[in-house]
Ligand binder design. Structure first.
Ligand code: SF4
Length: 332
């Protein structure tokens, strides 16, 4: 069953040097209990699209959409206050750096209990019990003691577990995790990803995982959406994206996952830089970096073409008569 449905979402930031077209008409859906990965480089629009959804952008952002439906409710008709109430209840957000989301002046317990008490209109004792249960759920050892501590007294991994507890506090139907492991070291990253995956299974919550790393997506998601230059360039199941990718940008992302070849690790970066979104190119946003770019690529945005019921991509190489360029897998 559809939980979230977005059609033609556009977000523009009006700043003094011009209007930045950060998100340029994306369509996206998430089913109940599904884990969807949104992948792409910094500035491709993946985080902005989710913040647009939650009305968490500054006043100089203009957000429009033909449709944003969550659990049957039309979010485009909601004001920011109603949206905050709904998102607090039904959508949990995990941000990249827990230190910037936790207030250093208050204990962890007070930061978790107080908002829950106000939001749910319940007493302090009841709220404290719910908080303790959630801290146990995210496997925080000795949660009673942790609640009395300040954020700086906890490790990065522990702080991120607190943020995850905060995100699931009201038993949301959707969790949006925005690069939840980027600020953590590698061993803790794996623990946090395992925790999110096991919570998703236990609670049946849908998850949108935003990341720049396809490696993170592989073990966690059922579907993948690849964004570039403010648009979706490819989407499909994890299998389709990893084994039959159709877009040269997805090929580049796959080649830039560190590979083990004997004793050597090989990593192939994508050369060049993303397009200027104040004056985005009229054609394919990847044309300036694409080794297969043709004349047509610079003149008009390629349409999203279906490959299967679950797989589609935005590239002129899929047209009949286009050069026969195929994904050859990750070169060792
Ligand atoms: Fe490359 Fe053209 Fe395909 Fe864009 S449309 S990815 S420039 S071949």
């Amino acid at each position: 069953m559809r939980l979230l449905e977005i059609e033609n979402l556009r977000t523009t930031f009006d700043i003094h040097v011009g209007s930045v077209q950060a998100v340029r008409g994306i369509d996206l859906h998430v089913d109940e209990g599904e884990t969807v990965g949104i992948v792409g480089e910094s500035g491709c629009g993946k985080s902005v699209s989710m913040l647009s959804l939650l009305h968490l952008l500054p006043d100089y952002a203009r957000v429009t959409a033909d449709k944003i439906a969550f659990g049957g409710t039309d979010l485009t008709k909601m004001d920011a206050k109603a949206m905050r109430r709904l998102s607090g209840d039904q959508i949990g957000m995990i941000f990249q750096d827990p230190m910037t989301s936790l207030n250093p002046l208050f204990t962890v317990g007070s930061q978790l209990i107080e908002p829950l008490r106000i939001h749910k209109k319940i007493g302090e004792k009841e709220a404290a019990q719910i908080v303790l249960d959630k801290l146990r759920l995210v496997e925080i050892p000795d949660p009673e003691s942790r609640m009395k501590q300040y954020p700086h007294e906890l490790s990065g991994g522990m702080r991120q577990r607190i943020m995850i507890a905060m995100a699931i506090m009201c038993d949301p139907r959707l969790i949006i995790a925005d690069e939840p492991t980027t600020a953590l070291d590698v061993t803790i990253q794996a623990q946090i990803l395992d925790l999110i995956a096991s919570l998703q299974k236990k609670l049946g919550t849908a998850v949108i995982m935003i990341t720049h790393d396809l490696g993170v997506i592989a073990g966690m998601c059922q579907r993948v959406v690849v964004m570039y230059g403010g648009v979706i360039v490819e989407e499909g199941t994890v299998r389709e994206i990893f084994y039959q990718p159709r877009h040269p940008y997805t090929w580049g992302l796959l080649r830039s996952i560190p590979q083990k070849s004997g004793e050597k690790k090989k990593l192939v970066p994508i050369s060049g830089s993303p397009p200027d979104l104040i004056a985005p190119p009229p054609g394919c946003p990847f044309a300036a970096r694409c080794p297969y770019a043709m004349n047509i690529c610079n003149s008009a945005m390629p349409p999203m073409r279906p490959v299967s019921d679950t797989h589609s991509a935005r590239c002129y190489l899929m047209d009949e008569g286009a050069p026969d360029v195929k994904w050859e897998g990750i070169r060792a």
